[in-house]
Design a binder for this molecule. Sequence first.
Ligand code: SF4
Length: 131
Amino acid sequence: MRCSDCGKCCEGTEMPLSKEDIIRLERLGFSREDFTVTAGDGLTMLRNVGERCYFYDPEEKKCQVYEHRPLGCFIYPVIYSNDEGVIVDELCPMGQTISEQELRTKGKILDKLLKKIDNKSVQLHQIHDIL
Ligand code: SF4
């Protein structure tokens, strides 16, 4: 897909994190207490600071950990909808540029991630939120 770097997916993120995501980010020197929050359902999620993800750099207007970003961020705008399954998040303005092949590939990754997170009841949307 052609990402326009609009940053919408970093606003009010609701991105679940896998154990691997957390370990990878901690290895960069970040503390999980700082960049995570535990949701009501027990899932570990990315923390927002103000209106955006903890890792969003407002001066540079980009993700500080882009090369090491959570898997859910990597596969966005492909997300899981409880009603529709694997879909492209309509909140992403460039979602229509994703190819069928990319959607299939990211859908498979998403399925594995959801199994790791072990909670398919969670709607992974918006990153504005994750996957
Ligand atoms: S919302 Fe879509 S186009 Fe905008 S930065 Fe995120 S992935 Fe890129």
